[in-house]
Structure formats: structure tokens, C-alpha cells
Design a protein around this ligand. Structure first.
Ligand code: HEM
Length: 292
């Protein structure tokens, strides 16, 4: 197995940055920009992920099944827009100063290739809570199960990835009694304990995303982070998976298009404004593709 990009699994960061780019077809210019960005990242974790066409422009071969993000849902129900982009640069580390320096350097290096369509600074909020106040990541796989969930089982060390920028309507969520907020999520608020039996609504976020197919739990490796200011508050949902279909099935169940007539109550209080699918190649394939 070639080595996955280490930043996919590095944990404990308190500062995050996401840049998404649409780039042209000039693979040589993109490779030069990314070589520079990686050299300038210092000790900050940098994960790069690509659309199929961007990875091909670098001479890489995309894994079977990679495709662009498809729009989900239809009004008046919740909808997920497709804003497929070509390159995701995810930076994370211990201090906002270092992460911001790396983001500035990446922006400078990428300037000849393009300007970012998404330019988002995020952070770890309290004990890894999202801005709706719930711990995010409790049911994430642990130890080696992280790799099993995230890495495509072809021995190449790559991963599918998905990102969505979500915007919360915090006022309306916070107006709910805490017991109802817990029903929306499917876990208790103070201590993140999963609701059980009749207490777990079929349309809670956990009920819609905790999926088994033929007895196999459709685990993904989530690395989302909150972002915001005093007016806009949200979550940059970022996740890695061994199979793109795992995202599809969770999204279809969230957006009420899986055929059982249910949708995820979290979509009543949050809306996605972007959506992309990605391929995060192994560290070795990336180094070979960027050359230099
Ligand atoms: C506003 C957007 C979202 C928020 C605030 C949010 C928040 C949460 C929270 C609080 C939990 C429970 C704690 C935990 O296990 O981490 C959770 C679980 C989970 N979420 Fe989300 N999430 C969002 C979007 C998504 C999306 C878009 C997906 C996938 C398409 C997703 C997949 C999952 C999965 C797989 C779990 C674990 C379910 C289980 O096995 O128990 N989430 N999320």
C-alpha cells in the first residue's frame, strides 16, 4: 500500500482552512503551483483533493466510480446544490497563525492558476462541537477503522472525499427546547449519548446517516469544522470514504430521495450552499504527479 496523505488522519488540530478552486486544463501550471504551496506549508497539514479532470490533467488516473457531485432534492423540500470544483486545499494545524500563513502562501502559489471560489477559515469549537452546540465526530471510526472507512481498497492509498459548506439558521435551532434539538440530532446535547429505542426519531440526523447495507456499516471518516462570524454561522462538512456510494446513500437519506419518505430534520435548520466530490490521491501518487 502506498502512503495516504498524512493530513487526512492527523487529529487534534484547532485551526482549519479550506480553499476550493476551479482550474483550467494546464496541468504543468497547476503542478508548479501545488509544488510551491506544499513547500511553503511548513509544519501545517495540507491535504489536496481533485476532481477527476484536474487529477487527469496532472497525469494521474482517477479511481473507478469518481464523478462530480449531483444536486439533490427539490423545492419545497431541502436541496443540495452541486458546485463541483477542481481542487480542494485543506490546511489544518495547532495555531491559526501557522495555518493562516500556509493559506496565504497557498493563495500566492495558486495565483497564476486561479482565485479561490471558496476561501474559508475554520476552527475547533469548544470540545469539538459544531455551532449548533453538539459534539461532532463521536461516532467517527477510531484507530485502524479510520483507514478502512476512508481508503479505497485498491492498495493505492487514495480516498474519495466530499465537501459541503453548510449555513445554519441558529436562531431557529436554538429556539427549540433542548430535548427537541436532541431529537433532531439523535444524540444528547451535553454528553453526546445516542438516543435509544422510542426516544430515537426515525428522521434524526443519526437515524438518516447511520446506515447498514447487507450488514455492513457504511462508515465514513468525517473531518468537518465550524466556521463563521457574528452573522453567518456554519459547518464545512468534509469527509473521506472508501466508496463514493457511501456519501450517495447518506445524502439521499438526508434529502428525502431514498424512497422511504423520510428526510433528515437537520436540513430544517441548516442548508448546504456548495457540494463537491473529490479524489485525494496517496502521498506517493501526489508527489509523483507534482514532480519537480
Ligand atoms: C449541518 C451539517 C451537519 C451537522 C451540523 C452535523 C452534525 C452531526 C452530529 C452532531 C453528529 C452526531 C455526533 C457524531 O457521531 O459525530 C453527526 C453524526 C453523523 N453525521 Fe453529521 N452533520 C452534518 C452533515 C452531515 C452530512 C452532510 C453527512 C453525510 C452525508 C453527515 C454524516 C454523519 C454521519 C455518518 C454521522 C454518524 C452517524 C452514526 O453512525 O451514528 N453529516 N453529525
Amino acid at each position: 500500500m502506498t502512503r495516504p496523505q498524512p493530513g487526512i488522519f492527523a487529529e487534534g488540530s484547532t485551526a482549519h482552512y479550506a480553499l476550493e478552486y476551479t482550474v483550467g486544463g494546464d496541468g504543468a501550471a497547476l503542478a508548479a503551483a501545488l509544488r510551491q504551496a506544499r513547500a511553503d506549508a511548513g509544519g501545517t497539514n495540507m491535504v489536496l483533493a481533485f476532481s477527476g479532470s484536474a487529477w487527469s490533467s496532472l497525469g494521474g488516473s482517477a479511481p473507478a466510480g469518481l464523478r462530480g457531485f449531483d444536486k439533490l432534492g427539490s423545492a419545497p423540500g431541502p436541496t443540495a446544490p452541486a458546485t463541483q470544483r477542481d481542487l480542494l486545499v485543506w490546511l489544518h494545524g495547532d495555531t491559526i497563525s501557522d495555518v493562516y500563513d500556509a493559506a496565504l502562501a497557498a493563495g500566492r502559489a495558486m495565483a497564476p492558476v486561479g482565485t479561490p471560489d471558496l476561501d474559508l477559515r475554520g476552527f475547533t469549537y469548544h470540545d469539538s462541537r459544531d455551532l449548533i452546540g453538539f459534539v461532532d465526530g463521536t461516532a467517527n471510526p477510531k484507530g485502524d477503522a479510520r483507514m478502512e472507512a476512508a481508503l479505497i481498497p485498491d492498495g493505492n492509498g487514495g480516498a474519495f472525499a466530499m465537501s459541503q459548506q453548510w449555513v445554519h439558521d441558529l436562531d431557529s435551532f436554538n429556539a427549540l427546547p433542548v430535548a427537541e434539538q436532541e431529537g433532531v440530532v439523535g444524540r444528547t446535547k451535553p454528553d453526546s449519548i445516542e438516543l435509544e429505542g422510542d426516544a430515537m426519531p426515525a428522521d434524526s440526523h443519526v437515524s438518516r446517516t447511520d446506515v447498514k447495507i447487507d450488514g455492513v456499516a457504511q462508515k465514513i471518516w468525517r473531518r468537518s469544522f465550524p466556521y463563521g462570524d457574528t452573522s453567518t454561522k456554519g459547518l464545512y462538512f468534509l469527509s473521506f470514504a472508501c466508496d463514493l456510494a457511501r456519501f450517495d446513500v447518506q445524502l439521499q437519506r438526508m434529502y428525502g430521495v431514498s424512497g422511504d419518505g423520510l428526510k433528515d430534520r437537520i436540513t430544517e435548520f441548516s442548508a448546504a450552499i456548495t457540494g463537491s466530490y473529490w479524489y485525494a490521491p496517496s502521498e506517493d501518487d501526489l508527489a509523483a504527479a507534482l514532480g519537480g
